[in-house]
Write a protein that binds this ligand. Structure first.
Ligand code: HEC
Length: 288
């Protein structure tokens, strides 16, 4: 535990340093090729960060959220006083967690729809435990000392797919359709800057300041939409899921924020996830 606290304190210190880069507001349209000197400096920053992450991931702060998620998953809760463990089917059978996360988003016959991990867990909380969807959507993202239950739950579920291959199914027609919708949303340009996801994530080698922008349309890039998420983000020192990441990118794109666990997010996660199929998921991780 001592080691872990040490790591967390190191994370907090680093987060301040990285925050300076990562949180600067974007003043200009993305990813113009920077001057050579800047490029060199940012490459060094990236390399340093990668080294630091390797060290920290050995004693990963995400585990604290997995432990909280486990309690929430197993406890009888909500107006109906049942546990998710005894009611929630994430695609492989009620209560079955091993490998579920790397096979989501997927089609669920009970709702005749494709759902991603967080959306499905939220659905279970509403349908089986009797929580209100509006309440879950009220404050869905972590900030300060506050971590939404769904963040811990999603982290716990994701932990059961550690070191497993991403295998998002594309058999059901709705799964194929969802992928196509995601592909379209990814390429859809609009807003005050006429940006799409593709503007920032559709080519290799783009960056904003110190941040490399993965090309999410290729398998090598798309894995970054999975790897390390849910992630303990050093900027701010909080745990975030992909729902937050998507929201924040909509904001960067100057689009209106999507609703919490909206089907558009499921579609984007299908698109990027299927592009990453076959690669290994290392489990909940660390992000800057
Ligand atoms: C204006 C540029 C911009 C646009 C447009 C944009 N993003 Fe991002 N995206 C970023 C930045 C900056 C990061 C953070 C990179 C980092 O922290 O290293 C990021 C990170 C991500 C990540 C996480 C990558 C990782 O390594 O963990 C995903 C996934 C992602 N974006 C998807 C999307 C999707 C989907 C859209 C369209 C809805 C989108 N982005 C639109 C700039 C953008």
């Amino acid at each position: 535990m001592k080691k872990r606290i040490g790591a967390l304190m190191a994370a907090a210190a680093m987060s301040a340093a990285f925050a300076a880069h990562a949180q600067q507001p974007m003043k200009q349209p993305a990813a113009k090729a920077p001057a050579k000197a800047t490029q060199k400096a940012t490459d060094a920053t990236t390399a340093d960060f990668e080294k630091f992450r390797d060290v920290l991931e050995e004693d990963n702060p995400a585990e604290l959220f997995e432990a909280k998620g486990e309690e929430l998953w197993k406890a009888k809760r909500g107006p109906k006083n049942v546990s998710l463990a005894e009611t929630c089917d994430l695609g492989l059978g009620v209560g079955k967690l091993k490998g579920a996360y790397v096979q989501l988003p997927r089609y669920f016959a009970d709702v005749d729809a494709v759902m991603d991990a967080e959306r499905r867990i939220a659905h279970c909380m509403v349908t089986h435990q009797g929580f209100k969807a509006e309440d879950l959507a009220k404050k869905p993202f972590s900030s300060g000392n506050y971590t939404p239950e769904l963040v811990s739950l999603t982290t716990y579920v994701a932990g059961h797919s550690r070191k497993m291959k991403i295998a998002i199914p594309q058999k059901h027609p709705k799964e194929k359709e969802t992928y196509q919708i995601g592909k379209e949303i990814f390429a859809y340009r609009a807003g005050p800057w006429d940006f799409s996801c593709s503007t920032c994530h559709g080519e290799d080698g783009k960056r904003i300041r110190t941040q490399n922008l993965p090309n999410l349309s290729t398998p090598e890039g798309a894995i970054r939409a999975f790897q390390g998420w849910p992630g303990y983000r050093m900027t701010g020192g909080v745990m975030h899921t992909l729902q937050w990441r998507m929201n924040d990118c909509f904001r960067q794109q100057r689009f209106p924020e999507p609703n919490y666990v909206s089907p558009s997010i499921t579609a984007l996660l299908s698109y990027m996830g299927v592009n990453a199929n076959g690669q290994m998921y290392k489990g909940p991780g660390i992000k800057r």
